[in-house]
Design a protein around this ligand. Structure first.
Ligand code: PMP
Length: 437
């Protein structure tokens, strides 16, 4: 079907508020590794991986085979029965966990559900409904997770089941303290100290959990500095507040330096939530962490029908094995390091680049206007210019002006070089249109 016709039919039956990329939306019908093809036969480098999800690449034979083999046996049985691949996946994740001591894993179907479950466990364990989240965060689209999402544009309702206070991460996008501290370490310390003030002034003092993404994803790939996270952890420990690391985007080696995003800071969280890359596109999410916290619910108080189903867990296991066997984390570090160097060089040549940030293969270019102000419209033009030249990237940030680059961790240096060339041309196009317009 032609994309124009599909778009018309899509608009007739799907919600108006679903946002589609590009003036003329495309349908991706086939993928292989880090390349994808649309329904008209155009080939692209997939540098967004279906929102930071396709971590091992498309149509990886080992993963396809695992899913096929399981699909031929049984699709579904539910958590009322034993599922071998679920147990094996939990064992594998715990063996890779940065958390010490006895641990458990609870499987669900998405990142939102993983965070919902983490909130449920933390609030039950601590007998408290109070949570601290960060400005600029994104934790999901359910009522509980919208309530801990620090971006108004992702909060269609103020309703939430929790009592939430928002702390500020030490970044100019989300902290009014930015500009008052020249030294980034100073800013990190000041923002961390504000968490103590927040606990003492905005809560009862008995807070269940602090939740953070080590690199804020939808917020525009904003890194939380190790100095910030480690100081916050010390303060939380004084009050017995649990630390939840939302690793829906940062897990499984994406950040290059470590397998889990939080590890860079040396902080040991109590719970980790994950989804996206766990299934390389299969619908699966999980909460992993301290057994005492996850086991704080009473028997038969909770269930997820699809959580840990045979197909998703068989696929996720094959995916994890693929990531480890091929050391994709190392590739993310090497190719990501090279790509970041190229992006930093482009920032020196193009005025419209406000900042380059991120680690491994989770990199962002912030697009700004002539006065350095966030320019979401220019970012949309950049996205379009990249598509025309055969590269798919994403967008994010409170003002929609952060270009998000998150390809499968299998990309080669050559693919990164080609993409960087396209980014160079696209930035030039954005600037030339600015001059004309
Ligand atoms: N947490 C983070 C950090 C995310 O980026 C997302 C999705 N963008 C979610 C949670 C929610 O995941 P899902 O869309 O699978 O519910």
């Amino acid at each position: 079907m032609k994309p124009e016709e599909l778009y018309e039919r899509h608009r007739a039956v799907l919600p108006d508020w679903i946002s589609l990329y590009y003036e003329k939306p495309i349908e991706l019908v086939r993928g292989e590794g880090y390349r994808v093809w649309d329904s008209e036969g155009n080939e692209y480098l997939d540098f967004f991986g279906g929102i930071v999800t396709t971590i091992s690449g498309h149509a990886v034979p080992e993963i396809v085979e695992a899913v096929k083999e399981q699909a031929q046996k049984i699709f579904h049985s539910s958590t009322l029965y034993l599922i071998e691949s679920q147990v094996r996946l939990a064992e594998k994740l715990i063996s890779l966990s940065p958390i010490s001591g006895e641990q458990k894993v609870f499987f669900v179907g998405s990142g939102s559900e993983a965070n919902e479950a983490a909130l449920l466990f933390a609030t039950t364990y601590r007998s408290s409904s109070e949570v601290i989240a960060l400005r600029g965060s994104y934790h999901g689209g359910s009522f509980g997770t919208m309530g801990i999402t620090g971006q108004g544009s992702w909060r269609p309702t103020p309703r939430t089941a929790l009592d939430v206070s928002y702390a500020m991460p030490p970044h100019r996008s989300y902290s009014p303290l930015y500009g008052r501290h020249d030294d980034p370490e100073e800013l990190a310390r000041a923002c961390a100290e504000d968490v103590r003030s927040l606990i003492e002034t905005s809560t009862t003092g008995r807070v269940a959990a602090f939740i953070a993404e080590p690199i804020q994803g939808v917020g525009g790939f904003v890194e939380l500095p190790p100095a910030y996270l480690s100081r916050v952890k010390e303060i939380l420990d004084e009050y017995g507040v649990l630390f939840v690391s939302d690793e829906v985007q940062t897990a499984f080696g994406r950040t290059g330096s470590h397998f889990w995003g939080i590890e860079q800071s040396g902080v040991e969280p109590d719970l980790i939530t994950m989804a996206k890359g766990l299934g390389n596109g299969l619908a699966i999410g999980a909460v992993m962490g301290r057994a005492g916290v996850i086991d704080s619910l009473s028997p038969k108080q909770h269930i997820s029908t699809f959580g840990g189903n045979p197909i998703s867990t068989a696929g996720a296991l094959a995916n994890l094995e693929y990531i480890l066997k091929n050391d994709l984390q190392k590739n993310a570090d090497e190719v990501g390091g090279y790509l970041k160097e190229r992006l930093v060089a482009l920032a020196g040549e193009h005025r419209c680049v406000g900042e380059v940030r991120g680690r491994g293969l989770m990199l962002a270019i912030e697009i700004v206007g002539p006065g350095g102000e966030p320019d979401g419209a220019a970012a949309a033009r950049f996205l379009e210019a990249c598509r025309e030249r055969g590269v798919l990237v994403g967008k994010g940030g409170l003002r929609g002006n952060a270009i998000r680059i998150a390809p499968p961790l299998t990309i080669t240096r050559e693919a990164a070089r080609r993409a960087a060339e396209v980014f160079d041309e696209a930035l030039a196009e954005v600037e030339s249109k600015e001059k004309v317009g």
